[in-house]
Design a protein. Structure first.
Length: 346
């Protein structure tokens, strides 16, 4: 604790050695990208992260128009260069929850992110149809209000079981089949989402109606789970800190030391610990900074293990310490006098 030396390597190859007193591991996590449900074979099959980027571009474009109207009063300036919202966003969206590794462990934030994106789409296009296929909606805490608001705004929820998972079929269409391993709709114009005929077919078994439902979405959004970064095991080995069964950093105590490792002077924050939303990551970062300041604010640190010391004046020469010490540290010295004048004390 208080004596770390790290070497930073920059993009131009330069290296810099830094000596620091504490270490906060905030290496983050990443979105799983797997071939489930046809991801990678069609540009209109995207992840929630990619869908959020598409919606973000629409919000930025509309904001630019509003600012231009308020400042220049040029209402038609963007008419010929930027498509309107009604032609840029999909009219029908199907979201599939619990994709890939999420069948084995809950990623915590997938449901909240899906509902947030569904509501944002409804704000941009109130006539859009959004269907969410789920196994269980887990919007913990105050995020439950997103679930209520989504139902009020017409988002349809269809529950499925893992033994009857949704089936995705890609029909012949004018869309080219992407060649890259992880393609996305970010590389395609959003205006094309609506004008192309729907080539995606999603079949799901409705357990209440006891019948199969077929959906033809313009865009299929997959709620991929959050998985540890690829360098999590390397970082854990370098700092000698533990990982949990899922590969995330493991805290010393879930309640008493939630941002501490068992090793002193090393802390964690953010998704490197486990999947969490931005506000949770910020709170944990503040906690880690406070714990780090507790060490850095001291001028000196007293460290050391507990050492057993024998008081020769009270030693009776029973040899118990000599027999049980696995390191053979206690010794009988003939020049010492113990209790009752016994010659030979430890």
């Amino acid at each position: 604790m208080g004596n770390f030396i790290s070497t930073l390597q920059f993009a131009d190859g330069r290296r810099r050695e830094i000596q620091h007193g504490v270490t906060i591991l905030a290496t983050g996590a990443q979105e799983y990208r797997g071939p489930e449900y046809g991801y990678g074979s069609h540009p209109n099959i995207v992840t929630q992260q990619e869908f959020e980027a598409i919606l973000g571009r629409q919000v930025d474009r509309e904001t630019s128009r509003q600012v231009d109207r308020e400042t220049s009063r040029q209402v038609d300036k963007y008419t010929s260069t930027s498509p309107t919202l009604s032609t840029c966003i999909p009219e029908t969206v199907v979201m599939i929850q619990c994709v890939g590794p999420a069948e084995k462990f809950c990623s915590r934030i997938c449901c909240t992110v899906a509902l947030k994106n569904a509501l944002r789409l409804k704000e941009l296009n109130p006539q859009a149809e959004v269907v969410i296929l789920y196994t269980d909606i887990r919007t913990y805490g105050f995020k439950e209000r997103l679930y209520t608001e989504a139902r009020e705004k017409g988002v349809i929820f269809i529950r499925y079981d893992f033994d009857k998972k949704p089936e995705v079929q890609i029909a012949n269409s004018e869309w080219p089949i992407a060649d890259s391993d992880t393609p996305s709709a970010l590389n395609h114009p959003p205006s094309a989402i609506r004008h192309q005929p729907s080539a995606i077919r999603v079949r799901v078994w409705e357990s209440i109606l006891h019948q199969e439902i077929e959906l033809h979405p313009d865009l299929l959004v997959l709620s991929m789970p959050v998985v540890p970064n690829v360098d999590a095991h390397e970082m854990a080995a370098r700092f000698k800190v533990p990982l949990d069964v899922d590969g995330f950093f493991l805290e010393a105590h879930v309640k008493l030391r939630p941002v501490d490792f068992a090793s002193d002077g090393i802390f964690m924050a953010g998704m490197a610990h486990y999947p969490k939303l931005l506000d949770e990551s910020m709170i944990q970062a503040q906690a880690a900074a406070a714990r780090a300041a507790r060490i850095l604010s001291r001028e000196t640190l007293t460290a050391g293990g507990q050492v057993a010391v024998v008081d020769a004046n009270k030693c009776t020469g029973c040899l118990t310490c000599v027999r049980i010490c696995p390191f053979n540290v206690p010794k009988i010295r003939a020049d010492l006098t113990g209790v009752g004048g016994i010659i030979g004390a430890a």
